[in-house]
Design a protein around this ligand. Structure first.
Ligand SMILES: NC(=O)C1=CN([C@@H]2O[C@H](COP(=O)(O)OP(=O)(O)OC[C@H]3O[C@@H](n4cnc5c(N)ncnc54)[C@H](O)[C@@H]3O)[C@@H](O)[C@H]2O)C=CC1
Ligand SMILES: O=C(O)[C@@H]1CCC=N1
Length: 263
């Protein structure tokens, strides 16, 4: 199977790197095009994939992945619509853009929509997946496998893509901020920043594992940390007094609102 990439940005790089690291893909089956050629040359050198000087050079690929920004999709439609063969699968990572819109823009039926996250770079993406009903199970599996190379894949109803984008696509940015805030608070107390970041990130990783593995409600876990008359309850109460939960709800709603504008 041949895989063609249009748009070699942060996400394309993470996923191509993950595909090659998984050792299920031959670099010579990955064709890559970007509107600025420096990136094509860099990807060729770094990953040994096949760089393309025009989009036409990858139009025979079985799977074509669109790695451009949502605002750049119209230009890609103009470049490739009308040149696709009916058996080819087109995959879009673009926030907001629906399968129906892509089908219309490309005049093509076999469309998949994915929402990976930047943690793909370390093989830890949580990727949302939805596909047009015309795709066979084998076709779906071929696309899922690319993203399973960089983490886990969850098939979700397309109507939930905006919510998924907020809590899985965008939320790494929130979590990085949370980790950094913990570390900076430690710096205020005299700890060096590098050590504080290691400690905070490791504690967040462990807490995520606890939520995933314990099957307990997060508030039951909170109660287990809060010793009676102890220290943690003071911090938890301070967070509640400062609207921690509603601050997160508003951030998620802001992401969803922007996703709906990008449609
Ligand atoms: N960055 C993130 O954390 C995530 C991004 N996404 C989605 O993935 C997509 C890509 O995001 P990034 O990699 O961050 O973007 P980026 O801005 O790093 O990369 C986009 C690339 O596409 C190229 N490009 C633009 N128009 C082109 C055209 N007509 N032909 C060929 N190449 C073209 C640009 O030169 C650039 O290299 C976006 O649609 C975004 O919504 C999805 C999940 C997470
Ligand atoms: O900020 C964005 O639009 C993209 C989609 C999800 C993460 N990054």
């Amino acid at each position: 199977m041949m895989y063609g990439w249009i748009g070699l940005g942060n996400m394309a790089q993470a996923i191509i790197k993950g595909m090659l690291a998984a050792e299920n893909y031959d670099a010579k089956t990955i064709l890559a095009y970007n509107r600025s050629q420096e990136k094509v040359t860099r990807f060729e050198k770094e990953y040994g994939i096949v760089g393309c000087h025009s989009v036409e050079e990858l139009l025979d690929a079985d799977v074509i992945v669109l790695g451009v920004q949502p605002q750049q999709l119209e230009a890609v439609y103009a470049q490739i619509a009308g040149q696709l063969k009916p058996h080819q699968i087109v995959v879009s990572m673009a926030a907001g853009k629906t399968i129906a819109q892509l089908q219309q823009g490309l005049n093509h039926q076999l469309i998949c929509r994915v929402m990976p996250n930047i943690n793909a770079i370390v093989g830890a993406s949580t990727t949302g997946f939805a596909s047009a009903p015309e795709l066979t199970n084998d076709m779906k599996q071929a696309v899922r496998a690319m993203f399973e190379a960089v983490g886990s894949v969850i098939e979700i109803p397309e109507e939930q893509f905006d919510v998924f984008s907020a809590i899985a696509g965008a939320s790494p940015a929130f979590t990085y901020l949370y980790i950094d805030s913990l570390a900076r608070a430690a710096v205020m107390e005299g700890m060096d920043k590098g050590t504080a970041l290691q400690i905070a990130a490791s504690a967040v990783l462990g807490s995520a594992e606890m939520v995933l593995q314990s099957n307990e409600h997060p508030w039951a876990l909170v109660d287990q940390v809060c010793s009676p008359g102890g220290t943690t309850i003071q911090g938890v109460t301070s967070l509640q007094n400062n609207h921690f939960a509603s601050t997160i709800y508003e951030a998620v709603q802001a992401v969803i609102a922007r996703d709906r504008v990008l449609k």
